[in-house]
Design a protein around this ligand. Structure first.
Ligand SMILES: *Cc1c(COP(=O)(O)O)cnc(C)c1O
Length: 344
């Protein structure tokens, strides 16, 4: 593919789509008697929310020092993933590429949208395998590459993403769901240079709002405008927009909770190292640990019996389970359960 030309990359039906114009689009003033959207005049949640999430984008723009018109707000990152497939990939025709093991939703979304998914295994140190990647970069049907960094479930940051941005002229989606826990810099600052870069972040992890379903995408103005064009008009509810705004207003609370999680992660890493059933704790730039066990399935099941639920990732990384860093009390319970197991 030549240098990224967005109008050629995007599906024709999306390029020529006439988007839905909501009542709030056609009149956006705040004052007046609103009889335009068939809302109920009574109640607390009776009005439709701002379809463009203006206040939230404005605050994010300040916090991130990034232009508001280049921010998209989705109903979780999972909505963004689906929308990206729908903008760029013709079903039954185009392809996407992921580096495995990684987050499962890219594959599910590809399947839902009938998009062939190329899986390139990460190297033994969970980094990009450029030699294998080279085989695919000139495929005209390859429209999307997903890179999760820090990666789920391996926990490490991915290096040399810029090389992919330079070599591939389709869209590169970098999923930074765990970036707030990482020492590696976000790729946000690279968007000005690479119009084919879309960076996803979320309120679900470090911001503590998984229930609220607020996901973010930062990108070139044109890519963001396509996301806005095809999203359901009221994709982020009013209460959820407020929840995100309130979280942003409590930045010191955010930092305090994040510090506790990071401190607990170090504590867990240290403690796990001396547990008998633990073979290896992988380094992590996220709020979870990938841990190699003597027998992942047995350990997972024994933990469940003690009412400690982890994620068995044996099918992705041999004999590994993924453990989320919890509260100090939760982490102590995990450790007690593991130590008890070692006694057997
Ligand atoms: C948890 C997670 C998300 C968050 O998805 P939301 O839909 O925003 O809750 C996104 N990407 C990865 C890799 C994750 O692990």
């Amino acid at each position: 593919m030549q240098k990224t030309e967005l109008n050629k990359l995007v599906r024709k039906n999306i390029l020529f789509l006439e988007p839905y114009s909501s009542a709030r689009d056609e009149f956006s003033g705040a004052d007046g008697v609103f009889l335009d959207a068939n809302e109920n005049p009574f109640g607390e949640f009776n009005r439709y929310p701002d379809p463009h999430q203006k206040l939230l984008k404005q605050r994010l723009s300040e916090v991130k020092s990034f232009p508001a018109e280049q921010i998209f707000v989705g109903n979780g990152s999972d909505e963004v993933i689906d929308l990206v497939f729908r903008i760029f990939c013709n079903p039954g025709e185009d392809k996407a590429l992921i580096f495995t093991p990684t987050y499962g939703m890219y594959e599910v979304s590809a399947a839902i949208n009938e998009v062939e998914l190329i899986k390139v295994p990460l190297t033994s140190s969970f980094q990009l395998d450029f030699e294998t990647l080279e085989n695919y970069l000139d495929d005209e049907k390859l429209k999307l590459i997903f890179i999760c960094s820090p990666n789920n479930p391996t926990g490490n940051s991915i290096q040399h993403i810029e090389t992919v941005l330079q070599k591939f002229h389709g869209i590169v989606v970098v999923d930074e769901a765990y970036i707030d826990f990482s020492n590696t810099l976000s790729l946000l600052s690279q968007i000005a240079e690479y119009p084919n870069l879309l960076v996803m972040q979320t309120f679900s992890k470090a911001w503590g709002l998984a229930a609220a379903r607020v996901g973010l995408a930062y990108g070139d103005k044109q890519v963001i405008s396509f996301l806005n064009k095809i999203k359901p008009p009221y994709n982020v509810s009013g209460p959820n927009q407020s929840a995100a705004l309130n979280a942003l207003d409590d930045f010191s609370g955010f930092q305090q909770r994040k510090a506790i999680i990071l401190q607990q992660k170090s504590w867990l890493e240290n403690q796990l190292a001396s547990v008998a059933v633990v073979l290896k704790v992988y380094p992590s730039e996220s709020n979870f640990l990938l841990v190699e066990m003597t027998d992942a399935i047995a350990v997972y099941n024994a933990l469940v019996e003690q009412k400690v639920i982890t994620r068995n990732r044996h099918s992705l990384v041999k004999n590994c389970i993924r453990i989320t860093v919890g509260s100090p009390e939760e982490n102590r319970k995990l450790l007690e359960a593991l130590v008890r197991m070692s006694d057997v």
